[in-house]
Design a protein around this ligand. Structure first.
Ligand code: NAP
Length: 241
């Protein structure tokens, strides 16, 4: 997402800095705080599109957010835009709990804020299906999803970053609610993958929540226009694998 947001901001004539561990110029590490002071010097708005789903996620998403907000306050940043996930309050998995805790830190933090909650990106679904395919098998969790193109989320994020802090959460979702297995069928047909696909039920309350549509939203503030199928079959925007 961060890369698309930077492209979008550039098209709109803004000067956008990329802050990441492997950034060409402003190398920072949220898990240690290294580089933050120099990188934030002169910045008006921070869009936090960092992510970490590893075992060390707490260090990046929580401690990293505390560090980032403190550094923003010192640098005089006037708007912090936090990217989060639709339904993170409804799913009892560690990653989603951390995202919710990250939102709370932003809401209570010193920098005026906006939160953008998105559903899963088409890019994430496609990459996830590709990496789940092993030895000709493709296990697909039973889940209802409402995926959205990253380029459409990036435009919303850029517009929010340009405006005054909202002090509320904006929801963006794709145009259709579908079963993940149906997206997997579409993905197989479009990419020519021949893997044998089979549904799996994730255990516990998290599995039930995913099946019941906890990752979807009935009335989002913004609805993306590109379905997964349209995105997969469009010629630009992405890599089909
Ligand atoms: N993926 C989805 O479907 C989805 C759906 C809804 C919401 N979101 C939210 O959207 C945001 C971005 O997700 P994404 O999928 O675009 O993430 P991503 O592709 O995994 O990118 C994460 C970025 O974070 C940087 N990063 C990771 N650890 C860091 C650290 N310790 N210090 C500084 N930078 C670090 C990475 O760069 P380096 O490795 O160079 O540091 C990378 O540029 C997240 O808040 C996520 O919760 C994602």
């Amino acid at each position: 997402l961060g890369r698309s947001v930077v492209d979008e901001l550039g098209r709109r004539g803004h000067e956008a800095r990329v802050l990441a561990r492997h950034a060409p110029q402003f190398r920072i590490d949220l898990s240690t705080g290294a580089g933050l002071k120099v990188a934030l010097d002169g910045c008006e708005v921070v869009i936090d599109a960092s992510n970490d789903a590893s075992q060390a996620a707490g260090q990046t998403l929580i401690v990293g957010t505390e560090r980032l907000l403190a550094a923003e306050a010192a640098a005089g940043v006037r708007h912090h835009v936090c990217i989060s996930v639709v339904g993170c309050e409804r799913i009892a998995l560690r990653y989603f709990r951390l995202k919710l805790a990250q939102e709370r830190l932003v809401e209570a933090g010193p920098t005026p804020w906006s939160i953008v909650r998105s559903t899963q990106f088409h890019e994430f679904v496609s990459a996830g299906l590709s990496s789940a395919t092993r030895w000709g098998l493709l296990p697909v969790p039973r889940a209802t999803v409402q995926s959205v193109a990253v380029s459409e989320v990036a435009r919303v994020v850029a517009s929010i970053a340009e405006a005054a802090p909202l002090h509320r959460c904006v929801l963006i979702a794709g145009p259709e609610q579908t079963e993940l297995i149906d997206l997997a069928r579409t993905w197989k047909a479009s990419t020519g993958h021949h893997a044998f696909m089979f549904p799996i039920s994730l255990p516990g309350s998290a599995g039930r929540a995913l099946r019941a549509g906890a990752l979807t939203v009935e009335a989002p503030d913004v609805v993306g226009s590109k379905s997964f199928h349209t995105w997969l079959t469009s010629e630009t925007d992405h890599d089909h694998t």
